[in-house]
Design a protein around this ligand. Structure first.
Ligand code: FAD
Length: 185
């Protein structure tokens, strides 16, 4: 008779390539991972070879055959967004929307802006980004009382992500120059 007193051993987890991020289902998450970390190798080889988009997607989906970061690997324009393309596009939308938000918003405008912001931790497809953003929102609730305050609020949240990623912090005094007025000639 089988010995049921022994716990079933857990199979060892495969080691993840640098930069690869798993989704909530435990599988490699395309939209949470920078494209430069997706690049696959030929089976049994350590040398990267150029892959088609389909091969890269298949390698990503299977969780096998990834390479370490390649500094010059950029996401081809026809590929689905990675965490960086999604982030750039989202920040562009959020900062630009804040830049054109009214100085004295109505109750209706404030409520809609709050809805938009509160939707991010629920719907943003990069799940670890969404969770961290939601955690930060609990610490620092959104200030939708004016254009200036909202722009600063987004700038500060963006700087928190910049800091987490080891990037340079942005000078929040320059949000209007960057997202509304453009540089002075
Ligand atoms: P981005 O950081 O995308 O910035 C775009 C442009 O905005 C910059 O060129 C600059 O001109 C301007 N800018 C930079 N900082 C500020 C600021 N503070 N205020 C105003 N303007 C600014 N990526 C991860 O890897 N992990 C995460 O956890 C993560 N969380 C994210 C959460 C959210 C809500 C969003 C929208 C994105 C997140 N990202 C995350 C993506 C990440 O922030 C970047 O968008 C991505 O790494 C691409 O960076 P980038 O250097 O091209 O410029």
């Amino acid at each position: 008779m089988a010995d049921r007193s022994q716990p079933t051993p857990t199979p060892p987890k495969p080691s993840l390539p640098p930069g690869m991020v798993l989704g909530p289902d435990g599988k490699p998450c395309k939209i949470c991972t920078a494209f430069r970390n997706w690049r696959p190798t030929a089976p049994g080889s350590t040398t990267p070879r150029k892959k088609s988009t389909a091969e890269m997607m298949a390698a990503l989906a299977s969780g096998t055959g990834f390479r370490s970061p390649e500094p010059n690997t950029t996401l081809p324009a026809h590929c689905p967004p990675d965490v960086e393309a999604l982030g750039r596009a989202t920040w562009t939308f959020l900062h630009a929307t804040a830049a054109y938000y009214p100085t004295r918003p109505t109750t209706h405008q404030r409520a809609n802006m709050l809805n938009l912001i509160h939707a991010l931790p629920v719907l943003y497809p990069c799940t670890h980004c969404a969770k961290d953003f939601g955690d930060r929102m609990k610490e620092c609730p959104p200030d939708v009382s004016s254009r200036e305050r909202l722009s600063r609020w987004f700038c500060e949240r963006h700087n928190e992500v910049n800091e987490k990623l080891g990037k340079e912090l942005f000078d929040c005094a320059k949000v209007d120059e960057r997202w509304k007025d453009g540089p002075l000639d």
